[in-house]
Ligand binder design. Structure first.
Ligand code: NAP
Length: 310
């Protein structure tokens, strides 16, 4: 029997399968285990089930001599030093596919909300500022027939493109290993909406910087449901304030959450949601199942159903 440390309560019944096979400790607080706690628990563990808010770096792994498997409860695994895990013979798994539709739905919900200024409209009713039907206020952007630029045409990017077909949008995308696409500069210049779906890597860190924002159309709206660090937040604040772009809708920020007083929190024409891309009951329960399947396989030294290091 192995010892597993699960860094948060997870929805659905799948953790019971893990408990039936192994000793399982679950961190029951709402906030993540502090680094010292993660080190102490990791030091005794054979398996870790981590969240994207848990930083698993070489220093942590040095404290985890027994560790055989890390199962990340996310499709992105930028919180894990993959090279450090691989060099120590630790298998690392993630949870793709089961959250693709939920995340694509959220990206499209953000696109529509930003285009039609839903937060402002809802607030105007709430505070009693809705006086009568007005021809010129508030005027949003037409989504039907507009051009959508997808940066990262992978699983989620393709699912967003499918949704865009229903709105008869023209869809542009960046090049992938499987297909040709537009250079980023061209996509930024030609799109009314730009939606980010690439992973966070050294190459995509601040991919959307001041220069990239300057290439976008003045009315364009940026949607980010990928990772906060892909967008330079200082440059985004400037672009929203001086009207370089029309608006932005972010499900992910850097850091998460944005602390009180962070300059982006008061930027105009900005929607921020609290990293809820995969937050449907069905998606989260499937993520739990997949994360448990990955961990069970890794602990038995089998290839995980979704293993990200080979
Ligand atoms: P995926 O299938 O691996 O797709 C990622 C795509 O990005 C691939 O097509 C990849 O191209 C492309 N890409 C890689 N580097 C790029 C670059 N420098 N420029 C442009 N495109 C690049 O991953 P996915 O399942 O769609 O998930 C995408 C990301 O969404 C995850 O990594 C995660 O960070 C984020 N996510 C967020 C939430 C949320 O709650 N907000 C939920 C789920 C996922 P190749 O095919 O050529 O490698």
């Amino acid at each position: 029997m192995a010892l597993c440390f699960v860094t948060r309560q997870l929805p659905g019944p799948a953790l019971d399968q893990l408990r039936a096979a192994h000793d399982v400790e679950v961190w029951t607080e709402r906030l993540p285990p502090p680094p010292a706690e993660l080190r102490a628990r990791g030091a005794r563990a054979d398996g870790l089930l981590t969240l994207l808010s848990d930083r698993v770096d070489a220093e942590l792994l040095d404290h985890c001599p027994r560790l055989k498997a890390i199962s990340n409860y996310a499709v992105g695994y930028d919180n894990i030093d993959l090279e450090a895990a691989t060099s120590r013979g630790i298998r690392v798994g993630n949870t793709p596919e089961v959250l693709t539709d939920a995340t694509a739905d959220l990206a499209f919900a953000l696109l529509l909300a930003a285009a039609r200024m839903l937060p402002q409209a809802i607030e105007s009713v709430r505070v009693g500022d809705w006086l009568t039907w007005e021809p010129g206020h508030p005027l949003g952007h037409e989504v039907h027939g507009a051009t959508l630029g997808i940066v990262g045409l992978g699983r989620i990017g393709r699912a967003v493109a499918q949704r865009a077909q229903g709105f008869e949008m023209t869809v542009l995308h960046t090049r992938t290993s499987m297909s040709t696409g537009e250079p980023l500069e061209l996509l930024l210049e030609q799109s009314d909406f730009v939606s980010l779906h690439c992973p966070l890597t050294p190459q995509t860190h601040h991919l959307i910087d001041r220069a990239a924002l300057a290439q976008m159309r003045p009315n364009a709206i940026l949607i980010n449901t990928a990772r906060g660090q892909i967008v330079d937040h200082a440059a985004l604040r400037e672009a929203l304030t001086d009207g370089t772009i029309g608006g932005a809708a972010l499900d992910v920020t850097d850091p998460e959450p944005l602390p009180a007083g962070h300059p982006l929190r008061s930027a105009p024409n900005l929607i921020v949601t609290p990293h809820i891309g995969s937050a449907t009951r069905v998606a989260r329960e499937r993520m739990t199942q997949l994360a448990v399947d990955n961990l069970l396989a890794g602990l038995e030294d089998r290839q995980m159903p979704h293993q990200v290091n080979r």
